[in-house]
Design a binder for this molecule. Structure first.
Ligand SMILES: Cc1cc2nc3c(=O)[nH]c(=O)nc-3n(C[C@H](O)[C@H](O)[C@H](O)COP(=O)(O)OP(=O)(O)OC[C@H]3O[C@@H](n4cnc5c(N)ncnc54)[C@H](O)[C@@H]3O)c2cc1C
Ligand code: FES
Length: 508
């Protein structure tokens, strides 16, 4: 993304130390680069001012020990080295050298890459690691293996026809027509060859031979593994109604799905979105940005109530109404014809384009066929290992023991999938790192971001701070007095603080 005009004082010329109190942050520039200064006691750090995920302003983030967390989607950077410690950021921020004299702070040149070289654990390294899935978890795992100096082979098998890309963008800016396609790839084309990651696209894995330690491909090929990561994600639920298989009826999971929707949206006047899920409503917002008339059909009384509660549900509903979305709630689609969606309660809606967003199902066929232990998902332990030694799982398919809730949970969040991929990579190399991250997801509706941290499947109280209608609020979902999750709009620091509090509680 384009760099903003540099702002704040020229840090190469120096600023008085008194301008930045202990614990404070300040943005200035060195040449054309915006630089964030952070003071912690005797230390002053100078790092790039913007997050390497979507360019979030780190000055509005939260400093925790010697790290700063991004306000937008909770990436975390090491203030000493610039290293991206937590997804969704995958690349480091640059670091600058700092000098202090005569009561002034001067930021000098950019430092060489000062991230520590991480070595492999002393245990015998696996020769060949196979990753099934080229999405969030699979990609993050492959990259982490190389960051940890894994010298053996990495084969990444994906049935997708594009190298790993930013899936959340498919229902947001890219679908709305506000993001060019070159924002989508997670890494450049040359990355895989440079890193000796053998990425094989359009490859369907048909089964796993656990005894023989091989994956079997749909085209008859076989690939041996020492460690295997299953990261097959989830697939959209299809509607079992007449007409659901027609070419103008879409689901949205892959870039190819998104391109097909965009193609059809170009000539469309009216769209029907079936399902008021996050994806359904994000699609509705993006199609409105293309000035298409959008009707949403969903069985619930209030969108999002099950996940966000009634007040936030009412807000999301009102927000979409304000933007011209027409809702048909407490109703479902009974049949789809060429130009019409017929509703169960008798109505009919004209539609040039139909998008079905009624939820997803984890892709468990491989795991099930191989006899791995399932538990409404693929069961893994705290190290993300499945019931078969040497086979790990991460992302939308994995149900893991979550230390914060004390329950085994499975979620469908981008950041969780990436972080699990990274943890699984370490454990495939023989480290014993537990997956303890507090789940986080975000959703974007028009200009309103909704950030959610924690996990609450049920609650007995929702405490609301601020004003939801004014888009300035934080909601705490409590069960027996304990905060299980927090959601917020434009209260990023409070959301990050809630994350830290949950981490500390579960660590204790
Ligand atoms: C449109 C959209 C918007 C989203 N927005 C958000 C958001 O705003 N915030 C958020 O937190 N989450 C969001 N999500 C959810 C998020 O994208 C997922 O949680 C995340 O992608 C899960 O990662 P994964 O690696 O488990 O699966 P995926 O990213 O789905 O990757 C699975 C991979 O496995 C491959 N695969 C599957 N089966 C096989 C097989 N048999 N052989 C070979 N390859 C196979 C697939 O081709 C794919 O490459 C969104 C999802 C979608 C679809
Ligand atoms: S912009 Fe920083 S985490 Fe997304």
């Amino acid at each position: 993304m384009a760099q903003d005009e540099p702002s704040g004082p020229d840090l190469a010329h120096g600023i008085p130390e008194t301008q930045i109190p202990d614990g404070g942050k300040l943005v200035g520039h060195v040449g054309d680069d915006e630089v964030l200064l952070v003071r912690r006691g005797a230390d002053i750090f100078a790092i790039g001012a913007h997050c390497t995920h979507y360019h979030g302003p780190l000055v509005d983030g939260l400093v925790v020990d010697d790290t700063v967390r991004c306000p937008w989607h909770h990436a975390c950077f090491d203030l000493r080295t610039g290293e991206a410690l937590r997804a969704p950021a995958l690349s480091p921020v640059p670091c600058w050298a700092v000098e202090r004299h005569d009561g002034n702070i001067f930021v000098l040149g950019k430092r060489e890459d000062s991230r520590p070289r991480r070595s492999r654990p002393a245990t015998a390294a696996p020769e060949k690691i196979v990753i099934v899935g080229g999405g969030a978890a699979g990609f993050a795992a492959a990259e982490m293996l190389r960051l940890r100096d894994h010298q053996g082979g990495i084969v990444m098998l994906s049935r997708d026809d594009a190298p790993p890309y930013d899936r959340p963008n498919l229902s947001k800016d890219y679908l709305a027509g506000n993001a060019p396609e070159d924002w989508l790839p997670l890494r450049s084309e040359g990355f895989y060859a440079e890193q000796a990651i053998d990425l094989r696209l359009r490859q369907e894995v048909a089964s796993i031979d656990i005894r023989g330690r091989e994956v079997l491909l749909a085209d008859g090929g076989k690939i041996a593994y020492d460690r295997l990561l299953l990261a097959t994600g989830a697939e959209p639920v299809r509607l079992p109604i007449p007409g659901a298989e027609q070419p103008h009826v879409h689901t949205l999971r892959s870039l190819a799905d998104c391109r097909a929707i965009i193609d059809m949206a170009k000539g469309a006047k009216r769209a029907v979105v079936i399902g008021a899920s996050f994806i359904g409503l994000e699609v509705a917002a993006s199609l409105r940005a293309r000035e298409i008339e959008v009707h949403v059909v969903a069985p619930e009384k209030r969108p999002m109530e099950r996940i966000l509660g009634p007040d936030m549900g009412d807000f999301v509903h009102a927000l979409h109404l304000e933007h011209g979305v027409v809702f048909h709630l407490e109703d479902t689609a009974a049949a789809i014809e060429r130009k019409v969606v017929r509703l169960k309660r008798g109505g009919e809606l004209e539609a040039d384009l139909v998008v079905v967003g009624v939820g997803v199902r984890p892709r468990l066929q491989l795991a099930e066929k191989a006899g791995l232990m399932l538990d409404r998902g693929l069961a893994v332990d705290e190290y993300l290992q499945t019931s078969a030694p040497g086979i790990f799982a991460a992302g939308d398919i994995a149900r893991w023991p979550d230390p914060h809730t004390g329950d085994k949970i499975r979620v469908e969040h981008w950041v969780v999938a990436e972080r699990q991929g990274q943890t699984a990579a370490l454990n495939m190399l023989g480290e014993r790192e537990k997956f303890v991250a507090v789940p986080f997801f975000w959703s974007q509706h028009y200009d309103v971001p909704i950030n959610y941290v924690g996990h609450a499947e049920k609650w007995d109280e929702i405490v609301i701070d601020g004003d939801i209608a004014a888009k300035d609020c934080l909601l705490r979902y409590k069960h027996k007095g304990r905060v299980l999750a927090v959601t917020s709009i434009f209260r990023d620091i409070a959301n990050l603080e809630a994350e830290v509090a949950m981490e500390r509680l579960s660590a204790a």
